[in-house]
Design a protein around this ligand. Structure first.
Ligand code: 5GP
Length: 203
């Protein structure tokens, strides 16, 4: 018996980060995999909570030491998921959310030794996606154009995921994500809180 890896991918602007924060606060025995990245921290981001901010040489060293279960170049920067903390969490019967892009998702899914399922989150329309990205004001115009183009490309991969959530209304999307996690636990003979289900006959 072990926890499961839950891959969650979404084009930037789909509302994924907000959803994941809410779900982690709601569902028991659920942890978040903090990735390593070479990109600069954004205002408000905290080392060790949002990412491990890493320089290029350290990142390359981790690749060479096989420290990542997957890594990818996204928007000009490197992002990677360290393997050791995932193993520890699964062994403790925790489910682990992996907020990774479509390239990373394909790599993790290919590792059939690990229990994994995947969820794709999308904005309701291309116009709404662009509106949300502009509203974030974290990118200059060039960066924004790149993210919009990339988002359109990523949408083409939505069909390869086990579940699809259209994030039109935040509360409903969070409910849907929680329902998926609880249903996957039931399939694994675990309670909604992630504990193994045991049946004790009276003596
Ligand atoms: P952001 O820079 O906006 O935080 O993230 C950009 C993209 O990188 C998002 O699509 C996010 O899911 C993806 N990402 C974050 N961490 C990882 C990771 O460890 N591996 C991969 N492959 N993608 C990641």
């Amino acid at each position: 018996m072990s926890g499961q890896l839950i891959i969650v991918s979404a084009p930037s602007g789909a509302g994924k980060t907000t959803m994941l924060k809410r779900v982690i606060g709601t569902v028991a025995r659920l942890s978040f995999s903090v990735s390593h990245t070479t990109r600069q921290p954004r205002p408000g981001e905290i080392e060790g909570r949002d990412y491990y901010f890493t320089d290029d040489s350290r990142f390359q060293q981790m690749i060479a030491e096989h420290g990542f279960i997957e890594w990818a170049r996204v928007h000009e920067n490197y992002y990677g998921t360290a393997l050791a903390p995932l193993r520890d969490a699964l062994a403790e019967n925790l489910d682990v959310l992996l907020d990774i892009d479509v390239q990373g998702a394909a790599i993790v899914r290919g590792q059939s030794a690990l229990p994994v399922y995947s969820i794709f989150i999308m904005a309701p329309t291309p116009e709404e996606l662009e509106r949300r990205l502009r509203g974030r004001r974290t990118e200059d115009e060039k960066g924004l154009r790149g993210r919009i183009r990339q988002a359109r490309e990523e949408m083409a991969q939505a069909g390869t995921y086990d579940y699809l959530i259209v994030n039109e209304d935040l509360d409903r999307s969070v409910d849907t994500l929680c329902a998926i996690i609880v249903a996957e636990r039931a399939k694994q003979r675990r309670s909604p809180d992630g504990e193994p289900i045991r049946w004790h006959e009276p003596h």
